[in-house]
Design a protein around this ligand. Sequence first.
Ligand code: GLN
Length: 540
Amino acid sequence: MTKYVFITGGVLSGLGKGLVTCSIGKMLQVRGFKVTAVKCDPYINVDAGTMNPYIHGEVFVLDDGYEADMDLGSYERFLGVNLTRLNNITSGQIYKTVIERERRGEYLGRCVQIIPHITDEIKRRVRLVAEKTDVDVLLVECGGTVGDIEGLPFLEAFRQMRLEEHRGDTLLVHVTLVPVLKAVGEPKTKPTQHSVKELRAIGLQPDIIVARCEWGLLPEEQKRKIALYCNVEERAVFTSINVDPIYELPLVLEEQGMGELLCEYLGLENRKPDWSEWRSIVQRFKDAKETVRIALCGKYAEFADAYVSVNEALRHAGAANGCRVNIEFIETEEFEEDPSRVEMLSDFDGILVPGGFGERGVEGKIAAIEYARMRGIPFLGICYGFQLSVVEYSRHVLGLEDAHTTECDPDTPHPVIDLLPEQREIDELGGTMRLGSHPVVVKPGTLAHSLYGSELIYERHRHRWEVNPRYWDRLEEAGVVFSGWSLDGRRKEIMELPNHPFFLATQFHPEFKSRPWKPSPPYYGFVKAALERRLRAKRP
Ligand code: GLN
């Protein structure tokens, strides 16, 4: 029998509700309970694949190829679970299913309504995850903020489930903000009171409140106030503070007694938690001494959420190498406006060109790749970064001046990067790329092989273009080593340059499988090389 913890958010978005969800999961895991998490996204998009990462944060790709909300990335990184498309429920999916069912006449002449038809479909999908995963506790996080019109059907479904499940088998955790106004100098609980009032108006009474406080732990007085006005026990009010690394949050909440209370409220046996492993993971981040500087050369440079998994993968790799990673975002359009600006990259220990789409900033990315190659600066290229590395090499080493990807120049005389054959006929954009986990064969004796230590790996993909087979031989004759390819041998997956301290690029996205306790091999090697460069530079 699965128990359910529903997590909602109040006051504003970006409170770290996802991290609270992960922390709840962790507190239960260290007590030996099996957990997983579901994210409910009230938007009408069917999945996150068509959404702009600059506005919504990155698209996180699952093993099964589903293009998920970035919170699923946090769930995987904290909980060590591999999620599937069932773990992300969007309004788009719900309405699509209900409308298709209506068209098939399955509602037998009835009027199809939000309650019960939409809410029934939400509940069905939530319970389906519980059934398929057979967890002890299923965490169900609702995106957005209480009071959003879009979120109402989800909250209503939660209300119904709380009534339908056995009493004590469900729990509602509400995450809010407690700000401090500088002029007043004291924490304000009113926004929390209002958001709980909003919840109660739709029949939901929170059991636990987690107050996000940027300034430190909530004083007793404010806790009492929240408890009284929000109708929860005083010991059920917790504080979520800023932590670095983020993996410390479960420890902070555990210290306040949240783990024990979760068990008590859910009627779970209060087992002794074993934090030893998690604590040592967190400690590795804290012990890091040296700092390496990495230039992240992208197009959504000014918005960190657009590259969460890349950032986390770099940090995991840093912790494993005993260093902190200072990531600086560089808008590559700068290099197009003023080519001499690329010189600024000489201050960095490593250059990373991440995944991306479209034309903007592409020439600047190519300039960054050329700089890394020529100056021997450790380089990691991901997906678009891989494709543009091939373009750069073709232009500057093969001498194919107008070489390009047909994504940017459909009429290039040298389409070294071209559409995958199976992409040519597709005109719908959602969910139609080459997606998800695919096997990659790794060539023995290469850098990639030394990093992975295996001849067969599985990594996650998200792309439409690939290296054009017509140019494979010429590139290899000119010094490129393709050290990885698809199992059928039809596409290149990894390139490296042997006469360089570290130059590696992958068609896949290794960041999606990086975990704090198990860094992704390409990221690990890249940060290691960057650290070596840093230490060398420091030598007199
Ligand atoms: N735009 C490129 C493609 O579609 C790369 C995609 C990516 O970087 N994720 O193939």
